[in-house]
Design a protein around this ligand. Structure first.
Ligand code: HEC
Ligand code: HEC
Ligand code: HEC
Ligand code: HEC
Ligand code: HEC
Ligand code: HEC
Ligand code: HEC
Ligand code: HEC
Ligand code: HEC
Length: 459
């Protein structure tokens, strides 16, 4: 078939460079392989799939998956049980084992190739354009976290899947699928659609609610960004930073008041969040959080995705590996420092180990307590002042008032993590809001109020 005709039939492939070849160059696999094709030439790393899906192969070849066998081999003589995850086998796809490498020991199955995730391709390659014949990868991790990526990225040495399952990304409030505006951040398939990833995968069922699964944040085919992520984590931009693309729904008040902050972390870290009272002598962006600056190059992930190995305190042996995929900056831990998966423990039961790249654990803890106390003082000042403002000043559909803006700033201050995301901005916003309330409504500060001058001059 001519290339032109194929592209006309399958316009979706133009971007991804599917080049049809009449005679894809490969030997039929042994029957024990269960239809896995693997490499057409393992020494040069050419997959059978890549003889048509040229663009995908070119990008995949720069991922760690393409070198997984070499990594394993470099450890000397690894035991056989290591091999299934570093090769094409029954792991990561719907085939029941043994299959691929595990059944044949043929080097054409080295590495985590296309079929590790997509399943066997023999039928598809025989009749590539037959509908329903395409081997689709899954985005789901299954009920017991054993499918797809989890088939290899789990277990005591690499509990990515288990930690993810305990996180809010893995355990989301179900959102109505119809609400495209919400699923763009609150559901895995919806997020991919919002980002323009239009590919077919399983489950393709709109009714199934996925969390933010591995392949939402990670790009299976592209090693261009660090950690094989779809978007970078080190760019200070709410439109380009992986975390901030979702964690930035409402950092500033909407034009018609009545709605508080919604995932304001990105704008807060970058210093643009909040209502800016007229008396505030700064402009949005001037008051960057320390951790939104070059002092913390990985930004959100610098605190929320921090992996580490833990030793048994008695023996010094490996005890546990944290992968950072609970996404908690201060995870709740037990007496041995092992995360418990709880979310609402007190400060004393939280681990500050994730901060120790830059602070001592004790230093980070006391800095956080100091910042929280300073904000609390201002919250105690502004809250009773807001209570004295007449009700019609709030959420009036015709005008946005100082009362609305100040309430928004109060809610921003009370958002979990604000004291570390950008304490300086929160203090400036609350201080200026207090002044504006005094001027505009003649409401005075409670007698117990702290001196605003102290707040303004900083520590
Ligand atoms: C002989 C060429 C050829 C080979 C080899 C080949 N494919 Fe395909 N593939 C195609 C064509 C043609 C399509 C149809 C494109 C379309 O429908 O837009 C396709 C579609 C797909 C699709 C679905 C894309 C969609 O939009 O529906 C997936 C997934 C896929 N191939 C994966 C693979 C995998 C994995 C391998 C290796 C086992 C492989 N292909 C090998 C030609 C090939
Ligand atoms: C068949 C087993 C297997 C499956 C399935 C699998 N992986 Fe991997 N993955 C590996 C191995 C092995 C490595 C380490 C390769 C190396 O370092 O040589 C790895 C490495 C990675 C890395 C590290 C990249 C880096 O730059 O350090 C990421 C990210 C990753 N995988 C994500 C995924 C995602 C997302 C999925 C599912 C879409 C997935 N993996 C499915 C086995 C697998
Ligand atoms: C259950 C699947 C699985 C098994 C079994 C497995 N690996 Fe891996 N291995 C992975 C994954 C996934 C990664 C990449 C993610 C990571 O860094 O944890 C990886 C990464 C590695 C790496 C590079 C990163 C590092 O940790 O240094 C080496 C080396 C390695 N494996 C060796 C081995 C050896 C040796 C064995 C057997 C003792 C083994 N693997 C068994 C899945 C597996
Ligand atoms: C680590 C797992 C993994 C590996 C390895 C992998 N894929 Fe995929 N692939 C996926 C997932 C998950 C999707 C759906 C999400 C996406 O497109 O990013 C997908 C999507 C695709 C699609 C898109 C289908 C469409 O509708 O456009 C094609 C084609 C494809 N993969 C081919 C390949 C080929 C060829 C290779 C090897 C060179 C490969 N994949 C390697 C997991 C993987
Ligand atoms: C919310 C986004 C997000 C989700 C969901 C996610 N990850 Fe990650 N992952 C990250 C970030 C951020 C990093 C850190 C990258 C860095 O610092 O270089 C990372 C790192 C990794 C690494 C590399 C670790 C290393 O030591 O090099 C692997 C492997 C990985 N993730 C696998 C997975 C798997 C498997 C899943 C699903 C169970 C998953 N991730 C889900 C964001 C995510
Ligand atoms: C596709 C959108 C999306 C991306 C990308 C994303 N998140 Fe999330 N995240 C969410 C949603 C939605 C929730 C809330 C889920 C719920 O509670 O129902 C959430 C929850 C969280 C929570 C827990 C909040 C709580 O109340 O316990 C943390 C922490 C978090 N994300 C950090 C991150 C970090 C760090 C990154 C980047 C590595 C990231 N997120 C990337 C959408 C996303
Ligand atoms: C731009 C991304 C984005 C959009 C769009 C979005 N949200 Fe969110 N939402 C988030 C993130 C991220 C979180 C979790 C982080 C946080 O709590 O700060 C969250 C948190 C929530 C929470 C609190 C969850 C909890 O368990 O505490 C609710 C409720 C919510 N969103 C509802 C909605 C609804 C309803 C819509 C659609 C009208 C929507 N969101 C649209 C990103 C978004
Ligand atoms: C300096 C480290 C640090 C940085 C950088 C950071 N955070 Fe946080 N974050 C924290 C701490 C500490 C908390 C409070 C944890 C707690 O009280 O459970 C927190 C709380 C949160 C929460 C609420 C969690 C909950 O349990 O309710 C979300 C969501 C969140 N951060 C997302 C982000 C996002 C998105 C970014 C990047 C825009 C970011 N964080 C940057 C340290 C950080
Ligand atoms: C990549 C480096 C880095 C990481 C990781 C980091 N910090 Fe910081 N932090 C800094 C620097 C630099 C400062 C400013 C100088 C100082 O006070 O030590 C700072 C200052 C602070 C402050 C004072 C207020 C401010 O914004 O300047 C608090 C509170 C704080 N850190 C808490 C934390 C907590 C809690 C964590 C872990 C969840 C953490 N930090 C992780 C680099 C970091």
């Amino acid at each position: 078939m001519a290339l032109g005709l194929l592209l006309a039939l399958f316009p979706a492939c133009v971007d991804d460079q599917v080049v049809f070849r009449d005679h894809p160059h490969f030997e039929d696999p042994e029957s024990a392989a269960q239809g896995f094709l693997g490499y057409s030439d393992w020494e040069s790393g050419r997959t059978v799939c890549g003889s048509c899906h040229v663009g995908r192969e070119a990008r995949w070849s720069h991922t760690a998956h393409a070198g997984a066998w070499a990594t394993l081999a470099a450890t000397g003589s690894p035991p056989t049980f290591c091999e299934g995850c570093h090769t094409v086998s029954e792991r990561g796809n719907p085939v029941e084992g043994p299959a691929g490498w595990v059944a044949t020991g043929n080097p054409r199955y080295y590495d985590v190739q296309c079929e590790a995730c997509h399943g066997p391709g023999f039928d598809h390659v025989t009749v590539p354009d037959a509908p329903g014949n395409q081997p689709l990868a899954t985005l789901s991790l299954g009920e017991n976290v054993d499918q797809g990526c989890a088939a290899c990225h789990s277990g005591v040495h690499r509990p990515f899947a288990e930690e993810w399952a305990s996180s809010r990304h893995g355990d989301m409030n179900p959102f109505p699928q119809g609400r495209e505006g919400c699923v763009a951040c609150h559901e895995g398939k919806g997020a991919l659609r919002a980002w323009g990833v239009k590919s077919v995968f399983s489950p393709n069922d709109e009714a199934e609610t996925l969390g933010i699964t591995c392949a939402v944040c990670h790009d299976p085919h592209d090693g261009g960004n660090r950690g094989q992520l779809r978007f970078p984590i080190d760019v200070p931009s709410v439109d380009q930073n992986l975390c901030m693309m979702c964690h930035s729904q409402r950092g500033e008040p909407p034009p018609v008041a009545g709605r508080g902050p919604h995932a304001p972390e990105g704008p807060l870290l970058l210093g643009t969040a909040g209502w800016w009272p007229p008396n505030l002598e700064f402009s949005p962006g001037d008051i960057l959080g320390t951790h939104g600056s070059e002092a913390n190059p990985s930004l959100c992930a610098g605190c929320h995705v921090v992996g580490r190995d833990m030793e048994d305190p008695a023996t010094g042996d490996f005890a546990f590996r944290a992968t950072g995929h609970t996404f908690e900056a201060l995870p709740c831990v037990d007496g041995n420092g092992i995360p418990t998966g709880e979310r609402d423990c007190g400060l004393t039961d939280r681990s500050f180990e994730g901060c120790t790249q830059c602070h001592s654990a004790a230093g980070a803890r006391s800095a956080l307590i100091v910042a929280t106390d300073r904000i609390d003082d201002l919250v105690q000042t502004i809250a009773p002042m807001l209570a004295q403002i007449p009700e019609e000043e709030f959420a009036n559909p015709d005008r946005f008032t100082t009362a609305d803006g100040s309430l928004f700033n109060l809610e921003l201050a009370e958002f979990p993590g604000s004291a570390v995301h950008n304490p300086f901005l929160i203090e400036a916003l609350l201080t200026a809001s207090i002044r504006q309330i005094e001027v505009e409504y003649g409401v005075s500060r409670p007698s117990s109020a702290v001196s605003l001058e102290r707040q303004l001059t900083g520590p």
